[in-house]
Write a new protein. Structure first.
Lengths: 346, 96
């Protein structure tokens, strides 16, 4: 199939997500239902909504969709599905069913492309054990795809943004750099190797990592996506009423991410995320500028950031390695709330 | 504001007075280039510039203008900025 979805996407691309600062302001004044069965809600800016059905079952609901970030429709479908399902894993849930959400420019793309996107989504959903049981398509440009996902979770075993505790160490399960490398692709600066590594990383379901979390009774975690490592760490620290400190030199990076950033290939989304975290963050005086911006880089289908009690550190790392989560690294720690919420150093 | 299409040292003719003079500051014209091309061009110009050399970056994107300004500030690079409404110029001085 010779369709190149990247031809459909406006050059620019700094646009997919609304600035978190602005979004926070907008959502603040929306009335929120007062219902004790809502177990996790927008207040703690968590990864998904959770609604209790009974003492043993709660539903996890989440949705994600976006325009293409690669040429091939099938791969786009795969990555979008993995990205959508990830939030369920980040809450400690098991994804079960999903609906397709598709916006497709039927006048500009052949219907085969539509089918290929859905096939990619279906294949990854199947890999996760998720049944796609319906969906909705409208005609729109540029194309966008993703899923609305429902998962199951035990109400007492929710892994929330508010579950980080002072003394915990932080483990990140995927390397950073997808935002930088995808921007570099548009600029023709990323190498084919960079792209391959980025695509491979984005297609990995967070199921193995989530399995390790559940097995080890981890209580706090989030997934690293559009707000970057710094943005998601900040949200977790804010919800948990702690401070988080990140050691950027310990964070694995994909391909040439560092040198791309050094050459100025820093997506606009990274600057938006920087604005979001700035007032609550302290950067160490000698923090490498490139590492600072890498912390801000918006990720697509990123890894889990889990908050692990120190006693569980070695076992969790061993379990992750054994489950094939080969890039898991200890990248920071949780402290009592200090003057700032987020501390970033080399 | 005269229109400046060239990227390097060049001659400028004042259309009002007819006077010609050399405008000996490098201009990096990023107009029309999508993000993050303007920042990449700025970074590249900074790497190539000699110590204490001044050069200008032009952009027509408010986002690029803001992001380049943030980049320069966060890297302690001195610059001044002018413009608005569709055209911004940053005059950047590479340090010693």
């Amino acid at each position: 199939m010779q369709v190149d979805l990247l031809q459909m996407v406006e050059s620019g691309g700094c646009s997919a997500k609304i600035s978190p600062a602005l979004l926070g302001e907008l959502l603040k004044d929306l009335p929120f239902p007062d219902d004790p069965d809502i177990l996790v809600n927008i207040d703690t800016h968590d990864d998904a909504g959770v609604y209790r059905i009974n003492d043993e079952l709660a539903l996890v609901l989440t949705t994600d969709f976006f325009p293409p970030l690669c040429s091939d429709p099938y791969e786009f479908g795969q990555i979008a599905a993995v990205n959508s399902i990830s939030d369920v894993y980040a809450m400690g849930g098991t994804p079960v069913v999903a609906l397709n959400i598709m916006m497709f420019p039927s006048a500009k793309l052949p219907l085969e492309a539509y089918a290929e996107i859905l096939r990619g989504g279906f294949d990854k959903a199947s890999e996760a054990g998720v049944r796609i049981i319906g969906g909705h398509t409208i005609d729109d440009f540029p194309p966008k795809y993703g899923l609305a996902v429902v998962g199951f979770i035990h109400p007492d075993h929710i892994i929330a943004n508010s579950g980080a505790r002072p003394g915990d160490i932080l483990i990140l399960t995927k390397p950073l750099g997808t935002g930088v490398i995808l921007a570099g692709q548009k600029m023709k600066m990323s190498t084919p190797g960079d792209l391959r590594e980025a695509m491979k990383s984005m297609k990995i379901l967070n199921s193995s990592a989530a399995g390790v979390m559940k097995k080890n009774n981890i209580r706090g975690a989030t997934d690293v996506t559009g707000y970057g490592l710094a943005g998601h760490a900040l949200k977790m620290a804010a919800a948990s009423n702690v401070s988080i400190s990140l050691n950027m030199s310990r964070v694995p990076l994909i391909g040439s991410t560092y040198s791309l950033v050094d050459d100025g290939c820093i997506p606009g989304a990274a600057f938006r995320n920087l604005e979001f975290v700035s007032k609550d963050a302290l950067f160490s005086a000698d923090l490498d500028y490139n590492l600072r911006m890498i912390a801000m880089d918006a990720q697509t289908s990123g890894g889990l950031l889990m908050s692990v009690p120190p006693s569980g550190r070695d076992l969790v790392m061993a379990n992750l390695q054994a489950s094939g989560v080969e890039f898991a690294e200890i990248i920071g720690e949780v402290k009592e709330r200090g003057e700032k919420v987020l501390y970033i150093s080399n | 504001m005269p229109c400046l299409p060239c990227k390097d040292f060049f001659k400028l003719e004042d259309k009002v007075t007819g006077k010609r003079y050399f405008y000996n500051m490098k201009i990096v014209d990023t107009r029309g280039n999508p993000c993050p091309a303007p920042l990449i061009a700025t970074r590249s110009a900074l790497k190539e510039a000699k110590a204490s050399e001044r050069f200008e970056v032009m952009t027509d994107s408010p986002n690029a203008f803001r992001n380049i300004s943030t980049f320069l500030t966060d890297n302690n690079i001195s610059f001044s900025a002018s413009g608005g409404e569709g055209l911004w110029i940053l005059t950047i001085t590479k340090d010693q």
